[in-house]
Ligand binder design. Structure first.
Ligand code: ADP
Ligand code: MG
Length: 344
Protein backbone atom coordinates (compact mmCIF):
# COMPACT_ATOMS: atom_id res chain seq x y z
CA UNK A 1 0.00 0.00 0.00
CA UNK A 2 1.30 3.51 -0.71
CA UNK A 3 3.06 5.07 2.19
CA UNK A 4 2.67 8.83 2.28
CA UNK A 5 3.30 9.40 5.92
CA UNK A 6 5.90 11.62 7.42
CA UNK A 7 8.84 9.52 8.64
CA UNK A 8 7.72 9.85 12.25
CA UNK A 9 4.31 8.42 11.54
CA UNK A 10 5.33 5.89 8.96
CA UNK A 11 5.50 2.90 11.26
CA UNK A 12 2.55 0.61 10.66
CA UNK A 13 0.04 1.33 13.39
CA UNK A 14 1.32 3.91 15.85
CA UNK A 15 0.31 3.66 19.50
CA UNK A 16 -1.67 6.44 21.20
CA UNK A 17 -0.92 7.71 24.68
CA UNK A 18 -3.10 10.15 26.64
CA UNK A 19 -1.68 11.56 29.87
CA UNK A 20 -3.69 13.75 32.22
CA UNK A 21 -5.84 14.94 29.34
CA UNK A 22 -8.25 17.66 30.43
CA UNK A 23 -10.64 20.04 28.67
CA UNK A 24 -12.39 22.91 30.34
CA UNK A 25 -14.69 24.82 28.00
CA UNK A 26 -14.74 28.58 28.62
CA UNK A 27 -17.56 29.59 30.96
CA UNK A 28 -18.23 26.00 32.15
CA UNK A 29 -17.97 25.24 35.83
CA UNK A 30 -16.89 21.61 35.39
CA UNK A 31 -14.37 20.22 32.94
CA UNK A 32 -15.90 18.30 30.02
CA UNK A 33 -12.95 15.89 30.15
CA UNK A 34 -10.83 15.47 33.24
CA UNK A 35 -7.48 13.78 33.69
CA UNK A 36 -7.83 10.97 31.16
CA UNK A 37 -4.95 8.51 31.10
CA UNK A 38 -4.92 5.82 28.45
CA UNK A 39 -2.52 3.83 26.31
CA UNK A 40 -3.70 2.26 23.10
CA UNK A 41 -1.24 -0.20 21.58
CA UNK A 42 -0.27 -0.05 17.92
CA UNK A 43 -2.84 -1.99 15.92
CA UNK A 44 -5.32 -2.11 18.78
CA UNK A 45 -8.99 -1.13 18.59
CA UNK A 46 -10.24 0.48 21.77
CA UNK A 47 -13.93 1.38 22.04
CA UNK A 48 -15.11 4.26 24.21
CA UNK A 49 -18.61 3.56 25.43
CA UNK A 50 -20.52 5.99 27.60
CA UNK A 51 -23.70 8.05 27.78
CA UNK A 52 -24.37 11.17 25.78
CA UNK A 53 -22.52 14.18 27.15
CA UNK A 54 -19.86 12.19 29.03
CA UNK A 55 -17.06 13.72 26.96
CA UNK A 56 -16.38 11.16 24.22
CA UNK A 57 -16.38 13.57 21.29
CA UNK A 58 -14.36 16.17 23.18
CA UNK A 59 -11.73 13.53 23.95
CA UNK A 60 -11.54 12.42 20.29
CA UNK A 61 -11.33 15.96 18.98
CA UNK A 62 -8.43 16.72 21.29
CA UNK A 63 -6.49 13.81 19.78
CA UNK A 64 -6.68 15.29 16.30
CA UNK A 65 -6.65 18.84 17.66
CA UNK A 66 -10.00 19.98 16.43
CA UNK A 67 -10.22 21.01 20.09
CA UNK A 68 -7.21 22.23 22.05
CA UNK A 69 -6.71 20.53 25.43
CA UNK A 70 -6.61 22.68 28.54
CA UNK A 71 -3.87 20.48 29.96
CA UNK A 72 -2.27 17.10 29.58
CA UNK A 73 -0.37 15.47 26.76
CA UNK A 74 -1.06 13.31 23.72
CA UNK A 75 1.50 11.13 22.00
CA UNK A 76 1.07 9.20 18.77
CA UNK A 77 3.85 6.84 17.80
CA UNK A 78 5.86 8.46 20.57
CA UNK A 79 5.50 11.94 19.08
CA UNK A 80 4.06 14.89 20.94
CA UNK A 81 0.89 15.76 19.05
CA UNK A 82 0.57 19.17 20.69
CA UNK A 83 3.91 20.19 19.20
CA UNK A 84 2.75 19.38 15.67
CA UNK A 85 1.03 21.60 13.18
CA UNK A 86 -2.71 20.73 13.46
CA UNK A 87 -3.40 20.62 9.70
CA UNK A 88 -0.38 18.44 9.15
CA UNK A 89 -1.39 16.15 12.00
CA UNK A 90 -4.95 15.69 10.72
CA UNK A 91 -3.75 14.47 7.35
CA UNK A 92 -2.24 11.51 9.15
CA UNK A 93 -5.21 10.65 11.33
CA UNK A 94 -8.31 9.17 9.72
CA UNK A 95 -11.50 10.66 11.16
CA UNK A 96 -14.98 9.27 10.59
CA UNK A 97 -18.06 10.69 12.27
CA UNK A 98 -21.76 9.96 12.53
CA UNK A 99 -22.77 12.96 10.42
CA UNK A 100 -20.37 11.60 7.76
CA UNK A 101 -19.66 15.14 6.61
CA UNK A 102 -19.32 14.42 2.90
CA UNK A 103 -19.13 17.53 0.74
CA UNK A 104 -22.46 17.61 -1.12
CA UNK A 105 -21.07 19.36 -4.21
CA UNK A 106 -18.23 16.87 -4.67
CA UNK A 107 -18.59 13.42 -6.19
CA UNK A 108 -17.94 10.32 -4.13
CA UNK A 109 -14.51 9.87 -5.67
CA UNK A 110 -13.64 13.54 -5.08
CA UNK A 111 -14.75 13.23 -1.47
CA UNK A 112 -12.58 10.16 -0.88
CA UNK A 113 -9.59 11.74 -2.60
CA UNK A 114 -9.51 14.93 -0.53
CA UNK A 115 -6.64 14.09 1.80
CA UNK A 116 -4.45 12.38 -0.85
CA UNK A 117 -4.87 15.51 -3.00
CA UNK A 118 -3.88 17.71 -0.05
CA UNK A 119 -0.84 15.49 0.28
CA UNK A 120 -0.12 16.22 -3.39
CA UNK A 121 -0.39 12.70 -4.70
CA UNK A 122 -0.41 12.45 -8.49
CA UNK A 123 -3.82 12.33 -10.19
CA UNK A 124 -3.25 8.77 -11.31
CA UNK A 125 -2.32 7.63 -7.85
CA UNK A 126 -5.36 9.32 -6.27
CA UNK A 127 -7.63 7.71 -8.87
CA UNK A 128 -6.15 4.29 -8.23
CA UNK A 129 -6.45 4.70 -4.47
CA UNK A 130 -10.09 5.84 -4.70
CA UNK A 131 -10.97 2.81 -6.80
CA UNK A 132 -9.20 0.48 -4.40
CA UNK A 133 -10.99 2.03 -1.40
CA UNK A 134 -14.42 1.87 -2.99
CA UNK A 135 -13.88 -1.83 -3.57
CA UNK A 136 -12.53 -2.24 -0.05
CA UNK A 137 -15.74 -0.84 1.49
CA UNK A 138 -17.99 -2.77 -0.85
CA UNK A 139 -19.07 -0.09 -3.34
CA UNK A 140 -18.73 -0.68 -7.07
CA UNK A 141 -16.51 2.11 -8.48
CA UNK A 142 -18.21 1.91 -11.86
CA UNK A 143 -21.56 2.63 -10.23
CA UNK A 144 -20.71 4.97 -7.37
CA UNK A 145 -17.53 6.92 -8.08
CA UNK A 146 -19.20 9.70 -10.05
CA UNK A 147 -22.34 10.00 -7.98
CA UNK A 148 -23.00 12.74 -5.45
CA UNK A 149 -23.56 12.00 -1.74
CA UNK A 150 -27.32 12.67 -1.92
CA UNK A 151 -27.60 9.87 -4.51
CA UNK A 152 -26.40 7.30 -1.96
CA UNK A 153 -28.25 5.63 0.91
CA UNK A 154 -27.28 6.40 4.51
CA UNK A 155 -25.35 3.14 4.81
CA UNK A 156 -23.49 3.79 1.55
CA UNK A 157 -22.58 7.28 2.73
CA UNK A 158 -21.19 5.80 5.96
CA UNK A 159 -19.04 3.45 3.86
CA UNK A 160 -17.75 6.42 1.89
CA UNK A 161 -16.97 8.17 5.18
CA UNK A 162 -14.87 5.18 6.27
CA UNK A 163 -13.16 5.03 2.86
CA UNK A 164 -12.32 8.71 3.09
CA UNK A 165 -10.87 8.27 6.58
CA UNK A 166 -8.67 5.46 5.24
CA UNK A 167 -7.64 7.30 2.08
CA UNK A 168 -4.09 8.29 2.94
CA UNK A 169 -3.50 5.02 4.80
CA UNK A 170 -3.17 6.69 8.20
CA UNK A 171 -1.77 4.60 11.06
CA UNK A 172 -4.42 6.00 13.40
CA UNK A 173 -8.20 6.21 12.97
CA UNK A 174 -10.64 8.07 15.19
CA UNK A 175 -14.22 6.97 14.65
CA UNK A 176 -16.96 8.86 16.47
CA UNK A 177 -20.22 6.90 16.29
CA UNK A 178 -19.56 6.32 12.59
CA UNK A 179 -22.48 3.90 12.15
CA UNK A 180 -24.80 5.65 14.59
CA UNK A 181 -27.24 7.05 12.05
CA UNK A 182 -28.01 3.78 10.26
CA UNK A 183 -30.77 1.25 10.86
CA UNK A 184 -29.88 -1.89 12.87
CA UNK A 185 -29.51 -4.18 9.85
CA UNK A 186 -27.28 -1.78 7.94
CA UNK A 187 -25.29 -1.11 11.09
CA UNK A 188 -24.71 -4.83 11.62
CA UNK A 189 -23.43 -5.12 8.08
CA UNK A 190 -21.17 -2.09 8.40
CA UNK A 191 -19.77 -3.51 11.63
CA UNK A 192 -19.02 -6.86 9.98
CA UNK A 193 -17.30 -5.20 7.04
CA UNK A 194 -15.37 -2.91 9.32
CA UNK A 195 -14.14 -5.84 11.42
CA UNK A 196 -13.03 -7.69 8.31
CA UNK A 197 -11.15 -4.59 7.16
CA UNK A 198 -9.50 -4.08 10.53
CA UNK A 199 -8.28 -7.68 10.66
CA UNK A 200 -6.47 -6.93 7.44
CA UNK A 201 -5.34 -3.33 8.04
CA UNK A 202 -4.51 -3.41 11.76
CA UNK A 203 -4.89 0.32 12.30
CA UNK A 204 -4.69 1.83 15.74
CA UNK A 205 -8.30 2.84 16.34
CA UNK A 206 -10.33 4.64 18.94
CA UNK A 207 -13.99 4.00 18.20
CA UNK A 208 -16.76 5.83 20.07
CA UNK A 209 -20.23 4.44 20.60
CA UNK A 210 -23.06 4.67 23.10
CA UNK A 211 -24.12 1.14 22.12
CA UNK A 212 -22.60 -1.44 24.45
CA UNK A 213 -23.35 -4.33 22.06
CA UNK A 214 -21.40 -2.53 19.35
CA UNK A 215 -18.53 -2.09 21.82
CA UNK A 216 -18.51 -5.82 22.59
CA UNK A 217 -18.55 -6.76 18.96
CA UNK A 218 -15.78 -4.44 17.80
CA UNK A 219 -13.41 -3.75 20.67
CA UNK A 220 -10.12 -5.45 21.46
CA UNK A 221 -10.63 -3.52 24.68
CA UNK A 222 -13.48 -1.35 25.91
CA UNK A 223 -13.16 1.80 28.00
CA UNK A 224 -16.46 2.31 29.83
CA UNK A 225 -16.67 6.04 30.44
CA UNK A 226 -18.61 7.99 33.00
CA UNK A 227 -18.88 11.78 33.32
CA UNK A 228 -15.88 13.82 32.17
CA UNK A 229 -14.52 10.82 30.30
CA UNK A 230 -13.48 9.21 33.56
CA UNK A 231 -12.60 5.61 32.75
CA UNK A 232 -14.78 3.39 34.92
CA UNK A 233 -13.25 0.21 33.49
CA UNK A 234 -10.78 -0.59 30.75
CA UNK A 235 -10.57 -4.22 29.76
CA UNK A 236 -11.38 -6.84 27.14
CA UNK A 237 -15.08 -7.36 26.34
CA UNK A 238 -14.96 -10.83 27.88
CA UNK A 239 -13.55 -9.60 31.17
CA UNK A 240 -15.93 -6.65 31.39
CA UNK A 241 -18.87 -8.99 30.82
CA UNK A 242 -17.58 -11.52 33.32
CA UNK A 243 -16.45 -9.10 35.98
CA UNK A 244 -17.77 -5.53 35.81
CA UNK A 245 -15.73 -3.23 38.05
CA UNK A 246 -18.70 -1.58 39.76
CA UNK A 247 -22.44 -0.96 39.59
CA UNK A 248 -22.01 1.67 36.91
CA UNK A 249 -20.27 -0.74 34.55
CA UNK A 250 -22.72 -3.47 35.52
CA UNK A 251 -25.55 -1.20 34.36
CA UNK A 252 -24.05 -1.25 30.85
CA UNK A 253 -23.48 -4.98 30.92
CA UNK A 254 -27.09 -5.56 31.94
CA UNK A 255 -28.64 -8.75 33.23
CA UNK A 256 -27.88 -10.72 30.08
CA UNK A 257 -24.09 -10.87 30.27
CA UNK A 258 -24.06 -14.56 29.45
CA UNK A 259 -26.08 -14.01 26.32
CA UNK A 260 -23.92 -11.06 25.28
CA UNK A 261 -20.82 -13.13 25.78
CA UNK A 262 -22.01 -15.50 23.05
CA UNK A 263 -21.29 -12.69 20.57
CA UNK A 264 -17.60 -13.01 21.38
CA UNK A 265 -17.16 -16.58 20.20
CA UNK A 266 -17.30 -18.20 16.82
CA UNK A 267 -19.74 -20.99 16.17
CA UNK A 268 -16.74 -22.85 14.79
CA UNK A 269 -15.81 -23.44 18.43
CA UNK A 270 -18.92 -25.61 18.67
CA UNK A 271 -18.40 -28.08 15.86
CA UNK A 272 -20.60 -31.12 16.06
CA UNK A 273 -20.03 -34.47 14.40
CA UNK A 274 -23.08 -35.44 12.35
CA UNK A 275 -23.98 -34.27 8.87
CA UNK A 276 -26.87 -31.82 8.74
CA UNK A 277 -30.15 -33.01 7.25
CA UNK A 278 -31.34 -31.03 4.22
CA UNK A 279 -33.36 -28.01 5.30
CA UNK A 280 -31.47 -27.45 8.55
CA UNK A 281 -30.98 -23.68 8.91
CA UNK A 282 -27.37 -22.84 8.06
CA UNK A 283 -25.00 -20.32 9.57
CA UNK A 284 -21.52 -19.44 8.31
CA UNK A 285 -18.57 -20.92 10.22
CA UNK A 286 -17.48 -17.32 10.87
CA UNK A 287 -20.79 -16.51 12.61
CA UNK A 288 -20.82 -16.03 16.37
CA UNK A 289 -22.43 -18.36 18.88
CA UNK A 290 -24.96 -15.54 19.39
CA UNK A 291 -25.87 -15.55 15.70
CA UNK A 292 -26.22 -19.32 15.78
CA UNK A 293 -28.56 -18.98 18.76
CA UNK A 294 -30.54 -16.25 16.99
CA UNK A 295 -30.93 -18.54 13.99
CA UNK A 296 -32.23 -21.36 16.18
CA UNK A 297 -34.73 -19.01 17.82
CA UNK A 298 -35.84 -17.54 14.52
CA UNK A 299 -36.45 -20.96 13.00
CA UNK A 300 -37.82 -22.57 16.16
CA UNK A 301 -35.31 -25.44 16.01
CA UNK A 302 -32.56 -26.68 18.29
CA UNK A 303 -29.89 -27.22 15.69
CA UNK A 304 -28.15 -25.38 12.90
CA UNK A 305 -25.86 -26.47 10.11
CA UNK A 306 -22.33 -25.08 10.19
CA UNK A 307 -20.56 -25.97 6.98
CA UNK A 308 -22.86 -28.97 6.56
CA UNK A 309 -22.31 -30.28 10.10
CA UNK A 310 -24.97 -30.14 12.79
CA UNK A 311 -24.42 -28.03 15.88
CA UNK A 312 -27.08 -28.65 18.51
CA UNK A 313 -28.25 -26.27 21.19
CA UNK A 314 -26.48 -28.42 23.81
CA UNK A 315 -23.22 -28.24 21.86
CA UNK A 316 -23.65 -24.50 21.56
CA UNK A 317 -24.05 -24.21 25.34
CA UNK A 318 -21.01 -26.43 25.90
CA UNK A 319 -18.94 -24.21 23.60
CA UNK A 320 -20.12 -21.12 25.42
CA UNK A 321 -19.10 -22.66 28.75
CA UNK A 322 -15.72 -23.74 27.43
CA UNK A 323 -15.05 -20.39 25.82
CA UNK A 324 -15.86 -18.29 28.86
CA UNK A 325 -15.26 -20.18 32.07
CA UNK A 326 -17.75 -18.01 33.90
CA UNK A 327 -20.83 -19.05 31.96
CA UNK A 328 -23.08 -20.89 34.45
CA UNK A 329 -22.53 -24.61 34.11
CA UNK A 330 -26.21 -25.33 34.67
CA UNK A 331 -27.42 -23.45 31.58
CA UNK A 332 -30.85 -24.87 30.97
CA UNK A 333 -31.85 -26.53 27.69
CA UNK A 334 -33.48 -24.17 25.23
CA UNK A 335 -36.99 -25.54 25.61
CA UNK A 336 -36.83 -24.91 29.37
CA UNK A 337 -35.67 -21.33 29.02
CA UNK A 338 -38.25 -20.63 26.36
CA UNK A 339 -35.47 -19.44 24.03
CA UNK A 340 -36.44 -21.92 21.39
CA UNK A 341 -39.95 -22.82 20.44
CA UNK A 342 -40.36 -26.53 20.20
CA UNK A 343 -41.18 -27.87 16.89
CA UNK A 344 -40.87 -27.13 13.25
P1 ADP B 1 -20.31 13.07 24.10
O1 ADP B 1 -19.60 13.02 22.79
O2 ADP B 1 -19.91 11.98 25.05
O3 ADP B 1 -21.81 13.11 23.95
P2 ADP B 1 -19.23 15.77 24.33
O4 ADP B 1 -17.75 15.61 24.35
O5 ADP B 1 -19.86 16.20 23.08
O6 ADP B 1 -19.90 14.43 24.88
O7 ADP B 1 -19.64 16.80 25.49
C1 ADP B 1 -19.11 16.70 26.80
C2 ADP B 1 -19.64 17.86 27.65
O8 ADP B 1 -19.07 19.08 27.19
C3 ADP B 1 -21.14 18.05 27.58
O9 ADP B 1 -21.58 18.45 28.83
C4 ADP B 1 -21.31 19.15 26.56
O10 ADP B 1 -22.47 19.88 26.81
C5 ADP B 1 -20.07 20.00 26.79
N1 ADP B 1 -19.61 20.67 25.57
C6 ADP B 1 -19.33 20.09 24.38
N2 ADP B 1 -18.91 20.99 23.48
C7 ADP B 1 -18.92 22.18 24.11
C8 ADP B 1 -18.59 23.53 23.74
N3 ADP B 1 -18.14 23.80 22.52
N4 ADP B 1 -18.72 24.49 24.67
C9 ADP B 1 -19.15 24.23 25.93
N5 ADP B 1 -19.48 22.99 26.33
C10 ADP B 1 -19.37 21.98 25.47
MG1 MG C 1 -20.36 12.74 20.85
Amino acid sequence: MPNTLTPDFATAGAGIELVGLTKRYPGQRDPAVENVNLQVAAGELVVFVGPSGCGKTTTMKMINRLIEPTSGSIRIGGRDVLAMQPDQLRRHIGYAIQQVGLFPHLTISENIGIVPRLLKWSKARVAQRVEELLQLVGLDPAVHARRYPRQLSGGQQQRVGVARALAADPPVMLMDEPFGATDPITRGRLQDEFLRLQRELRKTIIFVTHDFEEAIKLGDRIAVLRDRSHIAQLDTPARILADPADDYVASFVGADATLKRLALHSVAEATGDTAAAPGTPAVAPTASLREALDTMVAHGVEQVSVGGVVVTFAQLCAAARAAAGAVPAQAAPAHETGLVRNGG
